[in-house]
Write a protein that binds this ligand. Sequence first.
Ligand SMILES: *Cc1c(COP(=O)(O)O)cnc(C)c1O
Length: 425
Amino acid sequence: MNTKSNTTQYKNGRLFMENVDLAAVAEKVGTPAYVYSAGQLEANFNAYRHALSSVMSEKDFTLCYACKANSNLAVLSLLKNLGAGADIVSGGELARAIAAGVKPGKIVYSGVGKSEEELTEAIRRNIFQINVESEPELELISKIAVKLKKQVTVSIRVNPNVDAKTHAKITTGKKENKFGIDIKKAPALYARAKKLKNIHAAGVAVHIGSQLTSLAPFRRAYVRVAELVKTLRRQGHDISRVDLGGGLGITYKDETPPDLYLYALMIRDVITPLGVHIVLEPGRSIVGDAGVLLSRVVNIKHGDAKKFLILDAAMNDLMRPSLYDAYHAVLPHREKGKKAVYDVVGPVCETGDTFLTNETLTELKAGDLVAIMTAGAYGAVMSSNYNTRPLAAEVMVKGKSFELVRKPQTVQDLVKNDRIPAWLK
Ligand SMILES: *Cc1c(COP(=O)(O)O)cnc(C)c1O
């Protein structure tokens, strides 16, 4: 995904998303606020479609958008209209996908700890596939399927023991990670599945991690998956699907993620010869660069050695810098002016509440507007109420108009569910 095509850019010295001046959004809904570009979401989704369509027929793959990256109903609904299915990791995300109108026949359910209630709901809805992570889960699915008189198609998520070379907290495909079944032990599980009632293990699933900026680990994992498919077929299993997991990494600072067409060519080389239906579950690369977190400067604090730019957005709104040491560029709404060097921080009482250190920006003063960039993925969905801070508004821009797609919380929303026990009164 190249940032040059990004729909958030300066126009006449002011920061715009598509044809909307971001100052108008801040004025209308307040700050902090997440803002998403419909045009960028569409471009990102279509980039996957076109790249895959260049090497295979449209009916041979399903793009199941990974809802956990951003599950706002407006985002899901926009992607659904473009033909996306959904990759979900909880009953909550199943409800969101259904509410957004995603067809159950295009929903894939991943995750290492699905509860009996969650599985029951997914099976009742006849979703496309459940990605199984363990033998007890396989048995539980069979039990529920028998009870509901349903046939359930599953894929078994294997752990190929490949180092994704990404941040440790988002690496999932090494043998010490909690995800998937050791690929060497997978044949035994397919054999077990064959003996269980109302279950058909039709696929192999793999997901080795997120924010991968090189194709090599993907290829290594897919080669192992292809070998497994051949082994399973020799053992008499009817394998008709392969789920290749999440999408490519994106550019936050200076990363150069692989070209989508090269990715598609690699899939054609390694997977297409198997003659299987391919599922991809991109999340970050669909929404990441389509979103910004708008924030105003609360004030500027001159420390002994540093100038702190204190924003009204904080780690509770965007957790990635404190959780993953992630870099998110900050763009002042006003492009030009004298420069100054800042540490950009939030108001939360944690030293980890720091967005950037020693960053050169256009000089800012209290009340000025900035955009924290590339915040569309794993941003709003990971936000919390820490420090009793209400969740921010979410807005979607389309062309020259914009609309609130999630009302901001109020402090009252946060306090109203607490109870003081009678003995304290
Ligand atoms: C998180 C996740 C994804 C999405 O990964 P991205 O890097 O955001 O594309 C896809 N599949 C599974 C199983 C996941 O856990």
